[in-house]
Design a protein around this ligand. Structure first.
Ligand SMILES: Cc1cc2nc3c(=O)[nH]c(=O)nc-3n(C[C@H](O)[C@H](O)[C@H](O)COP(=O)(O)OP(=O)(O)OC[C@H]3O[C@@H](n4cnc5c(N)ncnc54)[C@H](O)[C@@H]3O)c2cc1C
Length: 387
């Protein structure tokens, strides 16, 4: 059986649904094909079940991409205030957490309901449990599924990244890009906990649950947020953020006492000794962590020079992670369809007219804090308004 539409969208996640709404509102006949048995599964688990649906302070520097300018146009044309207006139109109660992050008061289901209601109003057809068997292009795109062939002059790929395969993540988006000759930037799990090597694990991981505010850096990025010790390594917002920029076999730099002069009180103490050092560091870090860290970084003596070295180590604790918790646990996938292949205004492929890529499948990855959804809404809207 053949179903004819103006546009077929693959993936009923954040980007696909937003695109469908915008295109439907413009009178386009739109079908969304979704492999899962319900829409927006990732939205439902996002933000600890409350969906951090956007961030009030959304700037291009909150995104990672081989081309840092690419996201600007779409982000400027669909701003956080646009999505907030939609949330308010649907009378969804929400609140602001730290750093402009907006969450639902009740649950992420509110956001999925919003998207479904808007889709219905725009006449969008959503077809669930759609296993995609093949994609061809003649004078239009043909998507073969178990429930027949879908024909349309426009095909929009919104199948997301590779993270959380048990929620239905697949590589289809990247496969389609390859099939049509588009370049892909190597993908990696991101916004993910880092694993410590065996030695560091032995030293610190029995402190699992201990957290501290630190500044974590790689050569090009740094984040000042909470770090958490886990049973296998390091986590917490600071570590999740830096994971996007961390490369295997390299170290991250952890400033355990950002902006503080820790050894000043040791230098001024009546007696310079381990007790004075512990007391200085325990004033800044959780007691157990401060003690443990000093056990492994005890200065050889208490000269000014040794204290200077200690001060340096506190601000530049170099840790070489052994890896990440992988796609099973990652919130997002960094890398993806090369932005050089796409129009930054419409998300349409430059090589293959009518073929669009939106959302996480594109090489644009947001920082933690609602930026990934903002990219999904903005890129989805850019494509939906262009077709
Ligand atoms: C645990 C967790 C928490 C998160 N919390 C937040 C948060 O609070 N704020 C934030 O901004 N971001 C958060 N994210 C990231 C955010 O969920 C994603 O960046 C966003 O959902 C990407 O939108 P998308 O539409 O591109 O992809 P997705 O939302 O992943 O949607 C892709 C859709 O395509 C479907 N699909 C995949 N393969 C196929 C196929 N072969 N055939 C048909 N359909 C297919 C999938 O089933 C899915 O429905 C979180 C992610 C995770 C994993």
């Amino acid at each position: 059986m053949v179903h004819k539409f103006d546009a077929v969208i693959l993936g009923a996640g954040a980007a696909g649904l937003m695109c469908a709404i915008e295109a439907g509102k413009r009178g386009r006949r739109v079908a969304v094909l979704e492999r899962a048995d319900r829409v927006g599964k990732k939205i439902l688990i996002s933000g600890g079940g409350r969906c951090n649906f956007t961030n009030r302070h959304c700037l291009p520097e909150h995104f990672n991409s081989a081309n840092p300018h690419f996201a600007k146009s779409a982000l400027a044309r669909y701003e956080p205030s646009d999505f907030i207006a939609l949330v308010e139109k649907h009378r969804i109660p929400y609140h602001e957490k730290t750093l402009g992050q907006l969450f639902c008061d009740r649950s992420a289901q509110d956001i999925v309901n919003l998207l479904e209601t808007e889709c219905r109003a725009a006449g969008v057809q959503i077809i669930l449990n759609s296993g995609i068997q093949e994609i061809r292009r003649t004078d239009e795109f043909i998507v073969g599924t178990e429930s027949g062939e879908f024909h349309a002059p426009i095909l929009i790929i919104a199948t997301g990244g590779l993270s959380i395969p048990k929620l239905g993540a697949t590589s289809l988006g990247y496969d389609v890009a390859r099939q049509f000759g588009l370049k892909i930037h190597e993908t990696r799990p991101a916004l993910v906990s880092l694993l410590l090597g065996a030695k560091d694990r032995e030293k610190y991981c029995d402190l699992a649950g201990v957290s501290a505010e630190v500044e974590v850096s790689t050569d090009h990025q740094s984040f000042r947020e909470k770090m958490l010790i886990t049973h296998r390594g390091l986590s917490g917002p600071a570590i999740l953020q830096i994971s996007t920029y961390w490369r295997e076999h390299s170290a991250i730099r952890i400033d355990l006492a950002p902006g503080r002069d820790v050894t000043l009180s040791i230098r001024e103490a009546k007696e310079r000794n381990m007790a004075a050092a512990r007391s200085a560091l325990q004033g800044i870090l959780p007691k157990r962590f401060a003690t443990r860290w000093l056990d492994f970084h005890a200065p050889p003596d208490w000269t000014n020079r040794a204290l200077e070295t200690l001060e340096g180590q506190i601000h530049e604790w170099m840790v070489e992670p052994a890896g990440t918790e992988g796609y099973e646990k990652a919130e997002v996938t960094v890398g993806g369809v090369d932005t050089e292949e796409l129009s930054s205004k419409t998300m349409e492929s430059r090589r293959v007219p009518g073929l669009f890529f939106i959302g996480e499948v594109v090489d644009v990855t947001g920082h933690l804090g609602g930026f990934n959804f903002q990219w999904a809404w903005a890129s989805g809207a850019a494509a939906g308004r262009a077709i």
